[in-house]
Write a protein that binds this ligand. Sequence first.
Ligand SMILES: Cc1cc2nc3c(=O)[nH]c(=O)nc-3n(C[C@H](O)[C@H](O)[C@H](O)COP(=O)(O)OP(=O)(O)OC[C@H]3O[C@@H](n4cnc5c(N)ncnc54)[C@H](O)[C@@H]3O)c2cc1C
Length: 359
Amino acid sequence: MSSDLLVCGLGPAGRALAHRALAHGLSVTVVDPNPDRRWSATYAAWADELPNWLPPTVIASSVDNPVAWTRRRIDLRRRYVVLDTPALQDSLDLPGARIISARVADIPRPSRNRPESARLLTGQVLTATRVVDARGIPRSPDRAEQTAYGVMVRRPDTETLFMDWRLDNGAAPDAPRSFLYVVPLPDGTTLFEETCLAGRPALDLTELRTRLHHRLRSRGIEFTDSDPVERVRFPVEGGTPGRRTFGAAGAFTHPATGYSVATALRTADAFVAGHSLWPPTARAVHALRRAGLRALLGLPPADLPGFFDAFFALPVASQRAYLSGRDDLRGTAAAMSALFAALPWRLRRDLAAATLGLG
Ligand SMILES: Cc1cc2nc3c(=O)[nH]c(=O)nc-3n(C[C@H](O)[C@H](O)[C@H](O)COP(=O)(O)OP(=O)(O)OC[C@H]3O[C@@H](n4cnc5c(N)ncnc54)[C@H](O)[C@@H]3O)c2cc1C
């Protein structure tokens, strides 16, 4: 039995795509080794990135003024939301979909004589008018990763910290840097997460745990060994842009934040409608973002707070263009140029060398 759409992988991206395809009246088959797996990650996004069709119940908390600490405190003035992960998953329901619990072995390239299909590990071949790979990105030592270690503490009166680069986590000033991320959760707890933004290899979780505990102690924040923890490790690069991939598998992950969930939610309708998500402008932005990742990976650790200080001093529209405008070539290029111009000479030189892969 062939469907209009076959979605391989039921993470946030695949489920969002299947859900929207069903909402638009398509027949949908989904394949995942564990389709009923409950998601446990804490997902967050900029409020202006989310699509209107998402019910308000999926927003766990929302803050108008998240804060970044670089060498100073900066109000970001852009609404940031923490999603209620179980509510998000439930809202992306799949009424009428054919759900197959299996692993996809490969998705052959279609040709004139071969329809779009996916072959399962069992050998079974599924066909559809359109087959989409939403299987995420496999880990590899060649890929930069984001890592984080978080603890959920009952202390709801803290401000939301998007990035706090202050050095009260016990790390040496010239050691690879990590920052603190703090967001309120729906159950009344607060997530404090020590995060390595991107590394190849990224900081390991034991080191991040040690740094987090040091930081919490130095700020007088009480925690216990029985507080729930969150462990984070995922690639921030990889995936293949194209009309047959979606989500992290489709290179949606922003290398400077690791975010891809809001992009998947926002672009699902256009993808279902058959629009290309990769016009030349989006491919050019993708190339610029990858250059940005090379710059981040190549900067001396002690320079990261200064880099983000300059970034968050840009107008909110420029920050938005760089962080969210996946096909806004003009805005992305303008934000990058303004950032470059705002940096001290020495950092510009380091950045140029890192971006070009020198040194
Ligand atoms: C703890 C944590 C917190 C995060 N926080 C954020 C955040 O705040 N905001 C944000 O945007 N991103 C966040 N991320 C990143 C986030 O994981 C990814 O952006 C997101 O999960 C990517 O979704 P995806 O559906 O593309 O891929 P995945 O979530 O990787 O889903 C892939 C799916 O494919 C299935 N699959 C794999 N192989 C096969 C196969 N062979 N056959 C069939 N199915 C297969 C898997 O079972 C899985 O269900 C976070 C990640 C973690 C781990």
